[in-house]
Design a protein around this ligand. Structure first.
Ligand code: TMP
Length: 206
């Protein structure tokens, strides 16, 4: 068993599509590496060869909520086994673009999926593993939609309506309020420099 002191930290970035987390994920990884920390950047759904194939299906193929939920967790199990768990055990820090809070927000809040099922799958797939820190990029759904409109073509989730993203946002904020020690809620409407400064200060604390 790995000594707890040598385990790496697990950081996740969350938020509705268009909230602008990507720029800051790159900056976070760079900042950790500049401090001599061996940081691994990854993402969900995806992050391992098999999970990336499941991601492709999740983003393009019409499917029921149950199928979507099971595929998300199947991808997560493979990603954990092949990438996240070995990296943390080796003392690396893992910076992950989305994790299970996305499932609570999208399949739970957005699609109205059963909280009991999500909790059950979460326990099965992750055991007790939770991120050490989760940065939630919060932005009103309408502003996020405007930002998305300027970006690349929309996937199956990004094509959802405003009401869907309002539910996703509300579910995220509820998760953050329930676990204030893990979450840092970032006002994604702030200028990029201000967000970077806030994240940098929090990384120093970690
Ligand atoms: P991305 O565009 O930020 O990489 O995320 C792909 C989409 O997958 C995004 O719209 C949110 C969705 N998603 C879920 O619905 N459930 C999940 O558990 C995860 C990780 C992502």
């Amino acid at each position: 068993m790995t000594d707890r002191r040598t385990r790496g930290r697990f950081l996740t970035f969350e938020g509705i599509d268009g909230a602008g987390k990507s720029t800051h994920i790159a900056a976070c990884v760079e900042s950790l590496r500049a401090r001599g920390i061996d940081a691994l950047r990854t993402r969900e759904p995806g992050g391992s060869p098999l999970a990336e194939r499941l991601r492709e299906l999740l983003l393009t193929e019409p499917m029921s909520l149950d199928t979507e939920l099971l595929l998300v967790f199947a991808a997560r199990r493979d990603h954990l086994e092949k990438v996240i768990e070995p990296a943390l055990a080796a003392g690396r820090w893992v910076v992950c673009d989305r994790f299970t809070d996305s499932t609570w927000a999208y399949q739970g809040g957005g699609r109205g999926g059963s909280a009991q099922r999500i909790a059950w799958l979460e326990r099965w797939v992750q055991g007790g593993l939770q991120p050490d820190r989760s940065y939630l990029f919060d932005l009103p759904a309408e502003q996020a939609a405007q930002r998305r409109a300027a970006a690349r073509s929309a996937d199956r989730f990004e094509r959802e309506d405003l009401a869907f993203f309002e539910r996703v946002r509300a579910a995220y904020l509820e998760r953050a309020a329930a676990d204030p020690r893990r979450f840092v809620v970032v006002d994604a409407a702030m200028p990029i420099d201000a967000v970077s400064k806030l994240l940098e200060e929090d990384l120093i604390k970690l």
